[in-house]
Design a protein around this ligand. Structure first.
Ligand code: COA
Length: 387
């Protein structure tokens, strides 16, 4: 929850995959995460076929004419990269779950969970999702997801375990980079769980640099410990009139820098409408101001092998001048109570691993570490994957 950008009607940072990213296709059945290999086997070569509108212009690699098989290609050996079509969901699910099976500790996704994660409702084609297909079979998929900072996108690639080690992941990643460039993206990021033996080597090989180290935490069962009221302050549900104050609190609470998008009232309202988040505020009484917030929304996570809906704490923030008087704990406990009222079996959140006050607060409230992950980023202005 380090950086907040409520100025876009995007998913939030906290819609990061509850199971971490699988940029896979590494050699063999690697545990979770991003370990694609670019080792092209001699057995199979690629066509890299971007969607027609993207085939023209700067996105095309040197010498690329859109349908030219690479050297060594033979009939029947084609891997096509093409945009997602509505009927591809089951193929994607097969790839996702085969990948999860091959990766220790990962749980499979449900059809609805995957559809929701990629915004595939209503049979609409999402803007940034592609599949790699061989002989009518989907062997991998890759997508661009919104990120919480302006000018950023998240790359995600999943390759069927049986198809790894042949460069499918690399081809898809290059495809994502080209697509992101066409969208004037400043940074492309990707997430690697630290438990993965690859530890981001694959991403670094493609020019990504480690950016921020984070911890996924979980409260289970959802028990809200007691938290005293703070004299002079009330905690209440936020309303539309609070959006400006809430945007300012988020802006003031997270480190300045390129990863932080600035929010305003209209942007924050769009975020609430798009995410369905419920927000609780701490307000000085009797006459204000609003000085803190806790954002809670529903998320889907894999729990004991099954996808379940849970609560997710997005931003928890108190204006610097009002910290260390119990408001953060009071707001967090209210958020947990809300999750319990919704019947969610867990509460999840992500936190920077160097955020000592927040880590202390979460641990002392009963949250436990689930997995650590690192966010990598690629500056697209000068990335080595330039087309
Ligand atoms: C995290 C945050 C919300 C805590 O708000 P707060 O109002 O200061 O929290 P509280 O006063 O309820 O303090 C909660 C606990 O954290 C401890 N704590 C808070 N700030 C601390 C600090 N700077 N150093 C050490 N401990 C700190 C308090 O001592 C308290 O522990 P205790 O009850 O065991 O004594 C606030 O620091 C903040 O807004 N940070 C920036 C946004 C952020 O990082 N949010 C978390 C994102 S994951």
């Amino acid at each position: 929850m380090s950086s907040k950008d409520s100025s876009l009607a995007w998913h939030r940072a906290e819609s990061w995959p509850q199971e971490p990213l699988r940029v896979t296709s590494g050699s063999g059945a690697a545990p979770s995460g991003c370990a694609p290999s670019d080792g092209h086997s001699q057995r199979r070569r690629f066509w890299d076929i971007p969607p027609a509108p993207e085939r023209v212009g700067q996105g095309a690699p040197a010498g690329y004419n859109g349908r030219q098989p690479v050297e060594g290609w033979r009939e029947g050996d084609v891997t096509r990269i093409r945009p997602y079509q509505p009927d591809d969901l089951d193929g994607m699910l097969g790839v996702q779950n085969a990948s999860a099976d091959a990766e220790a500790g990962q749980s499979g996704a449900s059809r609805s969970g995957l559809a929701s994660y990629w915004g595939l409702r209503d049979r609409r084609r999402p803007a940034g999702l592609w599949v790699a297909e061989e002989g009518g079979q989907i062997v991998a998929y890759a997508g661009l997801r919104p990120w919480h900072s302006l000018g950023w996108l998240q790359a995600e690639v999943v390759v069927h375990p049986a198809e790894r080690g042949r460069g499918v992941g690399g081809a898809l990643l290059r495809h994502l980079v080209r697509a992101a460039r066409r969208r004037s993206t400043a940074y492309l990021c990707a997430i690697t769980p630290d438990a993965h033996p690859d530890r981001g080597t694959y991403l670094e090989h493609h020019g990504f640099q480690p950016f921020v180290r984070r911890q996924h935490m979980r409260l289970e069962p959802v028990v809200a410990p007691a938290a005293a009221d703070v004299p002079g302050f009330a905690v209440r549900a936020a309303g539309p009139a609070d959006c400006g104050a809430l945007a300012r609190i988020n802006n003031a609470s997270y480190p300045a820098g390129e990863r932080v998008g600035r929010a305003d009232a209209a942007g924050y309202q769009r975020f609430i409408e798009a995410s369905g988040a419920q927000v609780w505020v701490a307000e000085q009484v009797p006459a204000g101001p609003v000085v803190g917030l806790c954002e809670v929304r529903q998320a889907e996570v894999a729990l004991n092998g099954a996808p379940v809906r849970t609560g997710h704490i997005g931003s928890l923030a108190v204006l610097p001048a009002y910290r260390q008087r119990g408001l953060g704990r009071r707001l967090l406990v209210r958020g947990i109570e809300l999750c319990r009222e919704n019947g969610w079996p867990t509460v999840e959140l992500n936190v920077d691993r160097d955020n000592e006050p927040a880590l202390h607060l979460y641990e002392s409230t009963g949250f436990r570490a689930v997995y650590a992950f690192t966010v990598y980023r690629l500056a697209l202005a000068a990335g080595p994957l330039a087309p």
